[in-house]
Design a protein around this ligand. Structure first.
Ligand code: CTP
Length: 397
């Protein structure tokens, strides 16, 4: 996917630097050439020798190295790559970038480059939330710097919150998306994801357990193959992937409207767990406990987004993929669902509580198309996404 691409990888000085060694391997697995640059602080966490051995390339460390300058000057180094990646991007490095400082090799390369720059921030949660860091992030975004992460989670320092560096597959996908290359280049694909929230009153809603993990992984995988992705998402637990157009919605009706507004598309994948019903008599103000008894909710059926798009007479996307979340007779129900809704492929999965699939990290799916049913072994949601994206790329080529 990254064959022939040259990446200049700037490794900042943070505990997440150890993940950058794996990043070098994963980028090379995809066919990229990686030239590592280490800041002084990075050398406290990873050695130049490990970076060089994994990259099978020379490592650059010093702005005033006479040999390096004679072989390849720093200006040339900053331009020779197709993309500059900073991982981990520390608070200090981001501060230098936002302020335009150039007092070491890394910051000078970042000032001198004429290529896109993608950064993966990583720092303690307080440092990330500090107004200075938030100001710098806003400045860097205005400058067109691309971001991947940070994720939220437990940190090496024992605290919890945003600031953890994005996982390596996510960074590799963001690199692919930043380079806008791959078999899906020029294709527009709509992906729906996450649950919908159907209001009961202004403070209460009906929802479901979808985390948005599978839809997010799919959007990331399609984008990594070069697709231009419109990601229509309900209120999900996981953050949307980098490099896609994000449309945030709450309800099924809003989701349908956002999908229709995003058309035309070459393909559409409906991974959202859309609520089948909404509360027809949702209250405009908060319902109060009264002596007259329990509130009576009335339901109305929501539009079926997958069926609506599958059955469009004009402008129907060439490939429409649905999901079928089932707890019983998975294959029979999913096969019937494909026929009823009129989509091309349906990805069936068993979401019985004992499978741990709904809201979990893994999925076991069967792909049903006009050629029959193909059951895949249980695997990570990222792997399901990559495999499905690959098959979609083949079908759309
Ligand atoms: N879907 C949709 N709009 C809806 C309901 C579902 O677009 N209002 C899509 C989902 O995104 C998924 C597929 O339809 O791709 C199947 O969803 P699922 O919940 O399995 O099926 P339902 O249509 O809800 O059918 P049932 O309740 O009979 O299982």
């Amino acid at each position: 996917m990254l064959a022939g691409k040259r990446i200049l990888l700037i490794i900042g000085g943070g505990i997440a630097a150890f993940k950058s060694l794996d990043l070098i391997r994963r980028l090379r697995d995809q066919g990229a050439t990686v030239t590592p640059v280490l800041t002084k602080a990075a050398e406290e966490f990873v050695t130049p020798l490990s970076a060089s051995a994994l990259a099978a390339e020379k490592v650059y460390r010093d702005l005033f190295d006479l040999t390096d300058e004679a072989e390849m000057g720093h200006i040339e180094l900053s331009r020779a790559a197709d993309l500059v990646v900073v991982a981990p991007a520390t608070a200090d490095l981001m501060g230098k970038m936002a302020g335009g400082l150039a007092n070491d090799l890394a910051s000078t390369l970042l000032m001198a480059t004429d290529k896109k720059v993608l950064i993966a921030p990583a720092m303690n949660v307080r440092m990330f939330l500090h107004p200075a860091t938030q100001r710098n992030i806003a400045t860097l975004k205005d400058d067109g710097i691309l971001f991947v992460g940070p994720d939220e989670g437990a940190m090496a320092c024992g605290e919890f919150g945003p600031g953890r560096m994005a996982e390596v597959p996510e960074i590799v996908a963001a690199v692919g998306a930043a380079l806008g290359d791959g078999p899906l280049k020029g294709k527009h694909i709509i992906v729906t994801s996450g649950p919908t929230h159907e209001p009961i009153d202004p403070v209460r809603y009906i929802a479901n357990r979808s985390s948005g993990a599978q839809g997010t992984a799919l959007a990331r995988a399609l984008s990594a193959l070069g697709a231009q992705v419109t990601f229509v998402t309900g209120p999900a637990d996981v953050p949307p992937p980098a490099g896609v157009r994000v449309e945030q919605v709450q309800t099924a009706q809003q989701m349908l409207a956002a999908v229709q507004a995003a058309l035309p598309a070459d393909a559409a994948v409906f991974a959202a767990a859309v609520a089948d019903w909404r509360v027809a008599n949702a209250a405009d103000s908060k319902m109060k406990k009264t002596k007259t008894g329990l509130p009576k909710l009335e339901f109305a059926e929501n539009p079926d987004i997958l069926a609506t798009i599958s059955q469009m007479k004009q402008d129907r996307p060439g490939l429409v993929v649905g999901f079928a979340a089932e707890t019983d007779d998975v294959l029979a129900n999913a096969t019937a669902k494909r026929a009823r809704k009129g989509c091309d492929w349906i990805v069936a999965n068993d979401v019985s509580p004992e499978t741990g699939i709904m809201g979990g990290a893994e999925n076991a799916v069967t792909l049903i198309s006009d050629t029959g049913a193909d059951s895949w072994p249980r695997m990570g949601k990222d792997q399901v996404a990559n495999r499905l994206a690959q098959l979609m790329a083949e079908a759309l080529s």
